[in-house]
Design a protein around this ligand. Sequence first.
Ligand SMILES: C[S@@+](CC[C@H](N)C(=O)[O-])C[C@H]1O[C@@H](n2cnc3c(N)ncnc32)[C@H](O)[C@@H]1O
Length: 258
Amino acid sequence: MQRAQTAVDWPDWARRWEDQQLFHIPRREQRFQLMLELVGEIAGPEPTAILDLACGPGSISRRALNRFPRTRLVALDADPFLLEMGERTLGDAGGRLRWVRADLRGTEWVEQLREFAPFDAVLTATALHWLSASDLVHVYRGLAGLVRPGGVFFNAEHMMLARPTGRFGSVGKGLRLRLGRHEDGDGESWDQWWKAAQAEPAFAALLADRATVFDEIHPRHEEYIMADFHEEALKLAGFSETAVVFRYLDDTIVGGIR
Ligand SMILES: C[S@@+](CC[C@H](N)C(=O)[O-])C[C@H]1O[C@@H](n2cnc3c(N)ncnc32)[C@H](O)[C@@H]1O
């Protein structure tokens, strides 16, 4: 992986990442905690391997390493900049954490993960809305072949309450953000964080590499993909049970048991 040239305070950037995510998702910590507790409840108290899918700088990995002190983690993302931030702050966690660069829109990621499978759990947060509906179906099919029977999948992200044409469809996100800011005060937003990163000369090479994968910082939101679509796609892929295990307006966790 390409290394940035000048001294950068990576842990501080990673902390700012956490803050800007929290700015948009006030119940983010609760979502992480819930997913990890559900892994312990359903897949067992000592998972062997967990996949942090679309990991960014390893937000789930960091928490899972603490929650399950003997578990191995694999953190996958397509973004070389966020992967570098993760590696610079978490390292390999004493041999327990592996970083994998792969694009979920492609076909190679399943084979790249094969050597680490089977997984007891796959966890992902605030990420799969970057994928189209057909990509999502392919991703769930790929995951079904990597998770052991009885293992689990959890996806925490914003999913519209209803079709955008109706009142419920339009109310969720705005209200979540308004109430969240009321509770937590103002902070750095997603846009401000990326703008600051782009202004840091030491990140230029990594961000140029990133631009070869993502043509824009903002994802193409497929917000019409609602929780019921995720549940159906998981079942079609081979997950035996699915459920919405958390919901706060549009903030949702969908789970599946393999
Ligand atoms: C908002 S971040 C969330 C990161 C982390 N899960 C968290 O909660 O902090 C979304 C992540 O999804 C990743 N991502 C988006 N599309 C992807 C794709 N096609 N393949 C792999 N990763 C992808 C992005 O690079 C980014 O790291």
